[in-house]
Ligand binder design. Sequence first.
Ligand code: ADP
Ligand code: ASP
Ligand code: MG
Length: 591
Amino acid sequence: MSIIVQKFGGTSVADSQKILAAARKAIRAQIEGNQVVMVVSAMGKNTDMLVELAREISEQPPAREMDMLLSTGEQVSVALMAMAIHSLGHEAVSLTGAQIGIVTDSTHTKARIQSISTDRMRRALDEGKIVIAAGFQGVDEAFDITTLGRGGSDTTAVALAAVLDADACEIYTDVDGIYTTDPRIVPEARRVRQISYNEMLELASAGAGVMHNRAIEFAKKFAVPVHVRSSFSDVPGTMIVAEPETRGLPVCGAAKVKNEARITILGVPDRPGAALTLFSQIAAKKIAMDMIVQSVAADGKADISFTVFRDDLPATLTAVEEADRELGAEGYSHDDDVSKISVVGLGMATQTGVAEQMFRALAEKGINIQMISTSEIKISVLVSRRDAQEALRTVHEVFQLDREPPEAPAASSPAVASAAGDKAEIVARMERMEDLLIEDITLDESQSAVTVVGLPDSPGLASKVFREVAAAGVMVDMIVQSIGREGHANITFTIPRDELPPCMEVVTRLAEQLGCPVPSSAPEMAKLSVFGVGMRSHTSVAQRMFQSLAVVGVNVEVISTSEVRVNAVVEGGRGRKALAALQHAFADAMV
Ligand code: ADP
Ligand code: ASP
Ligand code: MG
């Protein structure tokens, strides 16, 4: 018999009427001949209220007790949901994470799933019951209750669908699908029919709060098609599958992380392993770093900038202080009044000028870009928080995200079916379900890097640089920009080696016009790319990468990170050595 997992978010179970409506949906699916597992979130804003209550008692409540508290929200809703189903004349059983056997590690408030037992669920399903699973929670080996991180019920749902080999995983929520950006912020946003796992992974970690990013990690890893739809209407919703909606367009969506913080460590000695000290301290605190930009070394010293969620700033600064001391750096600065705006799309990997188009649109609105980090399918910029709303609307408009794509949608991918065929094998191999999974490590030895320093930090500069570079017919690959010691902007980007002469001509002329120092180039560079699932949410990936490279004496010159990829640019002659080191370091996580 086919199995359906249906997840209902907080708004969808906010009161007794809504609980009854959700119960009816599950019963309908059962009557249609399916075995049904419901995953339920805490009612309405219950989790927020519990967080607030804890804060009133203590500024830094122990994480274990926080989990004990937060897990109660879901326990209330599963019990009520089971009662609702009984009242409608059907059989149901509510189960907590522990009762199901969702075993996690012990990282309270951010725990990762290690294994899930299906025995009890299958028994109940075979007895004709609807299983009602508490979302967001698990239990560690010591039987302490854990939670998966805010929004984690999505992850429970997709993980259950994976282990039960369910035929469908439906996420019922308060919007009728995935939109090109949050429709509550940008009303012109368009609902998409279909979106690929990779795009959704990037969007979720770029701030699209509609799905927990780790849920998409599971979906991709175990080839679970996810259907996001409304609890309150019968609109078809959005399928999250292997294939994108269309391959023609460069951008499929945009997102904003409103509350970010930037940290810059000044004057870090430019030697292998220096960045590692910093990344290790931060990874040890399970903080996800983003937009890591290392400026070119001047007098043997580099500045390293990166962003974190603003809530993680106090803990990050503690780690930074320790690293600063250990490294003998020249101090650090931070800004917690910044937001990150990102655009995502599989199409941009094969189209040129996408970044330039984004920078120009922002420049035309007078919005200053403080930092840039690009990866194959994502471009992120950091702007002042007061500009964030306008920046999001601007990029949404410039890529015409409100319009239906001209092409017919790509068919639902056969890749899903074939990947699903391998699922049992993957599950068998993935003893720890949420482990890092590396799909590939690649080396591109044909790159050159160009660095322009000392640019005035004002709107339109990045746009000017990349407009002129594009006009010279040069294809830009990775771009990073950060603010250097004197408050100037420094931009580094990589290009194909044979395009270096025309590119240098352009940027040298530009630097002269702007009164900046002569730009520098590194003709022989190699780009290493580690591609997989969970690259950013596994906070230790960048650290592992730097560690393995430092051990063999390879210095990382430029780095960019995204949810599906970490890129590192190293000296050309060192590419092969670096590749071997990375293959060795990630051997246990390779597919
Ligand atoms: P639930 O409680 O059901 O898990 P969430 O509040 O976590 O619901 O997620 C749904 C919300 O996500 C929507 O109300 C919407 O405001 C927001 N959202 C953010 N980005 C997007 C997007 N790209 N598409 C749709 N909704 C989005
Ligand atoms: N109740 C939890 C939260 O609000 C989990 C979830 O709803 O997904 O974060
Ligand atoms: Mg949610």
